[in-house]
Design a protein around this ligand. Sequence first.
Ligand code: SAH
Length: 245
Amino acid sequence: MSPENIRISAITVVFIMVLTQLGLIASSALAEDTEQMRQARERMVREQLIERYGFRDNAVLKAMRAVPRHLFIPERERHAAYADRPVPIGYGQTISQPFIVAYMTAIAKVDQDSRVLEIGAGSGYQAAVLAELTEHVYTIEIVSELAKWAEERLLRAGYDTVRVKQGDGYYGWEEFAPFDAIVVTAAAPHIPPSLVQQLKEGGRIVIPVGSPFRTQQLVLVERKGDEVRTRNLMPVRFVPFTREF
Ligand code: SAH
């Protein structure tokens, strides 16, 4: 190799290194929790959860403060990450309003020993909030692109204990049953019987029940021995529970 060629290859190597470095910086900026985002999140917790909705569950508040919600939202919608409303995540789906996520998590009564199943991983955000409370989180998503997105986002944000599966959550996840809590984040026409069967004694399901595109009821299902009790909690609007046939 002539000295000129060596010089050109050295320049090429440096150039590639700079490009790689820029790429790394860009991708880590994407996965970053900045001071500005932390402040937005703190405001979300204080102004929405505590002041507007009177939410008081300290463990859940801590989880809501910890999870970088913006990292689960597609870039074009990221400006609305901490707003008091659902946000589109693509494929006609939405990530629920922060209060609804906090409320459903509190109703599920999750502690560090709980085994929790979520139906409707969507962005992966609700699963991350649950993962702040227990290492045993399983989540199912019917749209394969979203299942992939949720898995990727959860890993990037450091939630590597969450198990994500693509499939129809109507049948639950037999392999890891029974569960202490099941959180369903899509509106079902009825309570899927397999979910009740996969619930531990004393376990709880929180699920929106009703017709799609109309107001539904958020329902708490409790299994006490052979008895299954249900209680309406509040009116909600969720995207529909779809089926894989
Ligand atoms: N928990 C999500 C919210 C997602 S919206 C979050 O934190 O972002 C509800 C999700 O349920 C959608 O992604 C939708 O595709 C999914 N879904 C609907 N029916 C389903 C089913 N039968 N099984 C699994 N996921 C389902």
